[in-house]
Design a protein around this ligand. Structure first.
Ligand code: ATP
Ligand code: MG
Length: 152
């Protein structure tokens, strides 16, 4: 369906503040077009990226900024954290099913499906998901998704 991006994001971002009161959370939305998307699927992508940002950050350094922009062709949505980071060598592997980086943050009952689902969903939507990260500094996941019609 066609959605206003800010209207899609608002309840999610409100829920993030409630669910993670100790998260230093901020966002910025600057778009002129609507999005044509299965909102349930996109919601699950947001959910996993937000969940990961929280989970893979030190207790005293839980930070997440979500930046929603567009260029001529696409939406560009960045999820930036200041967490434990990911080694460059793992950038491809983390999108595979059941792959989990071996570290002390990975004891607590996750199974390594989140990013594999994110990638399948985003591919299906005709978009892209990319990662950039520096170990012990933080990680940015970027979603690139096609623009819908201009907002009126
Ligand atoms: P699930 O999402 O199924 O609960 P998971 O979070 O372990 O489990 P993914 O979301 O697929 O699985 O992430 C795969 C691996 O990538 C994680 O185990 C973690 O090691 C690493 N990772 C994902 N997001 C981040 C992040 N924001 N910062 C640091 N490492 C991350
Ligand atoms: Mg996950």
């Amino acid at each position: 369906e066609e959605v206003d991006v800010a209207e899609f994001c608002a309840p999610i971002f409100d829920a993030v503040k409630l669910k993670y009161p100790d998260l230093n959370f901020s966002y910025h939305i600057d778009v002129q077009n609507n999005m044509v998307v299965d909102t349930t699927l996109l919601l699950s992508v947001f959910q996993n990226l937000i969940d990961n940002a929280y989970k893979y950050s030190e207790r005293q350094r839980k930070f997440l900024n979500i930046d929603v922009q567009q260029n001529k062709k696409n939406f560009v949505i960045r999820f930036k954290d200041q967490g434990i980071g990911i080694n460059k060598k793992e950038f491809n592997s983390i999108f595979k099913k059941f792959y989990r980086v071996k570290n002390q943050f990975n004891q607590q009952g996750s199974i390594g499906l989140g990013l594999a689902f994110c990638k399948e969903i985003v591919d299906f939507m005709g978009g892209e998901i990319k990662v950039d990260s520096v170990l012990n500094q933080g990680t940015t996941f970027t979603l690139v998704l096609p623009l819908g019609p201009k907002k009126n």
